[in-house]
Design a protein around this ligand. Structure first.
Ligand SMILES: [Zn+2]
Length: 109
């Protein structure tokens, strides 16, 4: 005995209305994206220490910004890439004071 499954090609189901809720959902997602892009970074987290420097993270969108512990305020540009911020800050410090004993030996990646 062999089981042969035959798919009847003519399914007369009306599913045109089905996709309307999905369309509305997509529209809502787009709206949320606009809100995220329009974030003013007004709610920053407490500074986090990492790689010898401090930075804050926006609780709204997750963007990062370096934090000056002496002045107790954020400074520099915003970026989602912490490595870039740290590199930017290092380059700035190297310019300010040329005589900086670099005790840490880290290979440029
Ligand atoms: Zn933000």
């Amino acid at each position: 005995m062999e089981d042969k499954q035959q798919v009847s090609g003519t399914n007369s189901k009306k599913r045109s209305r089905w996709f309307w809720p999905m369309g509305l959902l997509a529209t809502g997602m787009a709206g949320a994206a606009v809100v995220l892009r329009g974030c003013w970074h007004s709610k920053m987290s407490w500074p986090v220490r990492s790689q010898g420097c401090s930075y804050q993270v926006c609780t709204g969108c997750g963007i990062k910004r370096l934090f000056d512990e002496d002045a107790f305020r954020g400074y520099g540009p915003y970026s989602y890439d912490l490595e870039r911020l740290v590199a930017h800050d290092h380059a700035k410090r190297m310019k300010n004071k040329s005589q900086d004993p670099s005790t840490e030996h880290r290979s440029a990646s």
